[in-house]
Write a protein that binds this ligand. Structure first.
Ligand code: SF4
Length: 240
């Protein structure tokens, strides 16, 4: 079943993350889905919000590997994962794609329904980085391993962006690869009456400011596809 470990009120996939959908599948069936994707030419197997089904994934993987699965495994998460769960994945997942959404506990409680989110995300990202290090990209531009941090720029949260970028550089790694995302829009439970402070998209100038802040804090590796219009050409730094 789909679900998510977080309860973001603005979730754009509210029906599948909050309410759940899907069907039961055996370990062998899940393994077959993975090997089918690999045979179709997929570059990796990307598990989205998989925290609550980690045991089932770990049960299916041996079957998939026996069938020849060898492409990288991606753990794509909101960042609200326990270190204990992540330790089960040590040596198994190649790429971690965590969000780091908010630095502020009040916003985390109101918009993510998890007041302890900032500390949980810091601990989770530290564990992910300990396991796989900074993102590595091959000569064809494909990620082969490491951590890729995503940060959705939220309305009125520029200070969160600043603190998160500073922490990534100073406490995680100056080589941290960041995907700054501009696509926030009202969704889920957000409305003018319920959450007026986030009932709007971010302005282009806000996204540009977030990008500038990230650079000022020392981030040098960005997903350049998200670069604000009109800025200088930005080259993704290759792994060293
Ligand atoms: S972490 Fe992502 S998928 Fe989960 S509730 Fe928040 S926005 Fe939705």
């Amino acid at each position: 079943m789909t679900q998510c470990s977080l309860g973001c009120v603005f979730c754009q996939n509210y029906d599948i993350s909050h309410e759940g959908a899907g069907q039961s599948v055996s370990p062998e069936g899940l393994a077959a889905m993975m090997t089918d994707l690999a045979e179709q030419g997929c570059h990796n197997i990307n598990f989205v919000s998989p925290t609550h089904v980690v045991p089932q994934i770990l049960e299916a993987l041996p079957h998939a590997i026996r069938e020849g699965l060898s492409i990288p495994l991606v753990y794509n998460t909101g960042g609200y994962d326990s270190v204990e769960t992540l330790r089960w994945l040590d040596g198994i997942f190649d790429i971690y794609m965590p969000d780091f959404k908010y630095w502020d506990e009040e916003k985390s409680e109101r918009h993510l329904r998890a007041r302890d989110y900032p500390e949980a995300a810091r601990m989770a990202l530290r564990e992910m980085h300990r396991q796989v290090g900074a993102l590595r990209i091959d000569d064809s531009g494909l990620a082969t391993g490491g951590v890729l941090v995503r940060h959705l720029v939220m309305p009125g949260a520029v200070e969160d962006t600043r603190q998160i970028m500073r922490w990534l550089v100073q406490e995680l790694s100056p080589d941290t690869f960041v995907n700054l995302m501009p696509q926030y829009r009202s969704a889920g439970e957000v409305s003018a009456s319920a959450y007026p402070e986030i009932d709007r998209p971010i302005a282009p100038a806000e996204f540009e400011e977030a990008w500038t802040i990230a650079e000022q804090q020392g981030i040098t590796r960005f997903d350049s596809r998200r670069q604000p219009a009109g800025r200088r050409l930005f080259i993704i730094t290759r792994d060293r």
